[in-house]
Design a protein around this ligand. Structure first.
Ligand code: NAP
Length: 305
């Protein structure tokens, strides 16, 4: 099996992973959206990663989904709403036993991808690293963090896991990846939508802790019902700690809305509300929050799914 790391999507995280793997001498190939994106990439002459104020350039080879050649190992680095269509376009090139690493935040997109590639192994990733695009193919590594990888269907780690540490990508195998993703989703639901609705930095929620606590109680009920009691453990305490520790920061959803970018709401609060409905669980505070968020996004002309 080829050990080339194919990277689908050369945005913030795709660039961050591609540059570190290339720097460590691993075989890496980018898969870009179309011929126009490929032409823009070739004109840029490669990827640039800025880290600790230093800019480094990596001429990572690139092609598109239409280029010939099998793909055995694929890092899906698109937004949650783009992941399944992007993988579907690549499906003819994917080996039957391909391994996919899914970097998407939230839940729901992983299952959408798995439906496109039923024989492939889908490894879910929960990342606390932070990066953003300063210009096309030019990314700043903004926050050091960690990556947990796991496969809800197979508890065994893949044999290449150490390649990530070799490349300076902090990664650890997690047998409870769904619990981690649910916990992160719950933290996001308790904080991010309120920062959009109240037009504030995370610290602005310190004046609205009763509203936050009520949401946490509903989220904890949902996590219990979804078979994720560990993800519910002291949720309200962690949410308050995150709000305090990041008081001056603006949430990713706030930043997306203010930059008129599509949000991943469908895979965050939307996923939570759909899961509650599926379990016949009435969570009026969460439902109302979702409706207010959808109304706000629509009023701004942004997609609400
Ligand atoms: P991003 O900067 O928007 O990058 C996504 C990339 O995917 C874009 O370059 C986009 O191309 C590309 N893409 C979309 N459809 C494609 C297709 N069909 N073929 C090829 N490329 C395609 O997003 P991101 O910030 O890296 O986030 C990726 C995921 O990681 C999200 O779910 C996010 O929540 C999660 N995450 C991000 C961070 C972070 O710090 N950035 C941290 C933790 C988790 P275009 O530019 O042409 O649209």
């Amino acid at each position: 099996m080829s050990s080339t790391w194919h990277i689908l999507g050369a945005g913030s995280l795709g660039t961050l992973w591609a540059c570190r793997l290339a720097r460590a001498g691993k075989a890496v190939r980018l898969i870009l959206r179309d011929e126009q994106a490929l032409a823009r990439y070739q004109a840029a002459g490669g990827l640039t990663l800025e880290e600790h104020g230093k800019r480094h350039h990596y001429a990572v080879p690139a092609d598109t989904a239409q280029t010939a050649g099998p793909v055995h190992r694929l890092l899906v680095a698109c937004k949650a709403y783009d992941a399944a269509p992007a993988v579907a376009a690549l499906a003819p090139r994917l080996a039957a036993d391909a391994e996919l690493l899914l970097l998407q935040n939230g839940l729901g997109s992983q299952d959408e991808v798995a439906e496109q590639v039923p024989t492939a192994r889908c490894i879910f990733v929960s990342s606390t690293e932070g990066a953003f695009r300063q210009a096309p193919f030019d990314v700043r590594f903004a926050g050091h963090g960690h990556n947990w990888l796991g496969d809800p269907r197979h508890p065994e780690p893949p044999p290449w896991l150490d390649e990530l540490s070799d490349a300076g990508i902090p990664a650890q195998w997690s047998v409870d990846i769904l619990t981690r993703l649910w916990r992160k989703l719950a933290l996001n639901c308790a904080i991010n939508p309120l920062t959009v609705l109240h037009d504030c930095a995370n610290g602005g929620l310190l004046a609205r802790l009763a509203e936050v606590d009520a949401l946490c109680k509903e989220l904890a009920l949902l996590l219990q019902r979804c078979g994720q009691p560990a993800a519910a453990d002291d949720l309200v305490g962690e949410v308050q700690r995150v709000i305090l520790a990041t008081a001056a920061n603006y949430s990713s959803m706030y930043q997306d809305v203010h930059a008129a970018r599509r949000t991943e709401v469908h895979y965050l609060l939307g996923h939570a509300c759909r899961a509650a409905t599926r379990h016949g669980l009435a969570l009026p505070g969460l439902e109302q929050l979702h409706q207010r968020l959808v109304d706000t996004l629509q009023a701004r002309g942004l997609p609400s799914v």
